[in-house]
Design a binder for this molecule. Structure first.
Ligand SMILES: CC(C)(COP(=O)(O)OP(=O)(O)OC[C@H]1O[C@@H](n2cnc3c(N)ncnc32)[C@H](O)[C@@H]1OP(=O)(O)O)[C@@H](O)C(=O)NCCC(=O)NCCS
Length: 315
């Protein structure tokens, strides 16, 4: 397939590090130097589905595709206000599409998993036009009195429309079960029969373990992708990495021995928006002219599970 259009949508409220330091034992200096984040967009009165629909509409417009022409919609989402129906069903109805759809929950690596599903369905002759929407509100998962987690995240939605083409050169996914490193527990409704001790637990993270996993997984995934297409890191024009921590991005850049200007970032003003991070970065990089038609792009993401993936495509 090829990525024919992109779109993104963000909540209006921008929360700076200094605003966080107003109620948390933290500082702009700590957050900036340890993570690269200066501010992030946080949901206030918006609904995530509105952002998903907005991003989807922009992606369809930029691809020149009508919602009725879509054959499939994949939404990547960890949490939203609905437990059911799936977010993709809500998006399908609101944009006026009539195709099948499904949600996936692959945490921050969701966009690359969705690309793999779309490409596989296309190669199997099942679809021609696919909409991917990644919409995430990780700020609703963290404990806002826990300075180790809540400072890292931001909300938003990113979307892409894929149409027939041979621009996707290779995708590699990987998984390595590690539930205790990055997890959240949601309390379900009681029944007359449940006897287990259950609690709501906000997002928990072993930061240094996740850091090491991220660098190792991304370096491996990117290397496997390059090996499959017999290319060296130099051949790639842009590395669009999941925006989790600027130091993780720098470590991967050092491993690949590539110049910093090949790694566009937006973590400074967005934080980590889970699976929305990659498509938002792609959309912004296309719209501000950094990534152009014909450029070779490596995308790489990693997240809870652990799961990770890398994709090489020509825009
Ligand atoms: C979370 C992360 C930024 C922490 O950075 P770090 O350099 O590993 O920092 P540490 O966890 O060692 O903490 C160092 C100190 O800063 C403190 N600290 C943690 N958060 C802080 C904050 N927001 N403000 C001030 N101090 C903070 C810690 O309590 C610790 O203090 P101590 O030494 O007195 O115990 C980093 O580990 C990381 O980015 N990990 C990956 C996270 C990620 O990518 N998650 C999502 C994956 S999709």
């Amino acid at each position: 397939m090829k990525i024919s259009g992109t779109g993104s949508s963000l909540p209006k409220l921008e929360v700076t590090n200094d605003m966080l330091a107003g109620f948390l034992d933290t500082s702009d200096e700590w957050i900036r130097t340890r993570t690269g984040v200066v501010s992030r967009h946080v949901i206030s009165d918006e609904r995530l589905e509105d952002m998903a629909v907005d991003a989807a509409g922009k992606a369809l417009d930029s691809a020149g595709i009508k919602a009725e022409e879509l054959d499939f919609i994949i939404c990547s989402n960890v949490v939203n206000e609905y437990v059911t129906p799936q977010l993709s069903s809500i998006v399908q109805g609101r944009i006026g599409a009539s195709c099948p759809c499904m949600d996936i929950n692959c945490a921050c690596a969701g966009f690359i998993h969705a690309l793999e599903i779309a490409e596989s369905f296309y190669m199997a002759g099942r679809v021609r036009n696919v909409l991917i929407v990644c919409a995430e509100e990780p700020t609703r998962m963290t404990d806002w009195s826990d300075r180790r987690t809540c400072v890292l995240f931001g909300d938003g939605a990113g979307a892409a429309v894929l149409t027939p083409g041979d621009n996707i050169k290779s995708i590699k996914l990987s998984a390595s079960s590690a539930v205790d490193k990055l997890w959240q527990y949601r309390l379900l409704l009681p029944t007359p029969y449940v006897t287990k001790d259950e609690h709501d637990v906000p997002l928990q993270m072993k930061g240094q373990d996740v850091f090491k996993f991220a660098v190792k997984a991304a370096s491996n995934d990117i290397t496997r992708v390059l090996e499959e297409v017999s290319l060296e890191p130099d051949a790639v024009d842009h590395y669009l990495l999941h925006q989790a921590n600027i130091r993780i991005i720098k470590a991967i850049q050092d491993y690949l021995e590539q110049p910093a200007d090949k790694f566009p970032t937006n973590i400074r003003n967005h934080g980590n928006s889970s699976s929305a991070s990659c498509p938002i970065l792609l959309d912004e990089s296309v719209r501000n002219g950094i990534v152009k038609k014909g450029d070779l792009v490596m995308m790489s993401a990693f997240g809870a599970g652990f799961v990770s993936g890398a994709a090489l495509f020509e825009l």
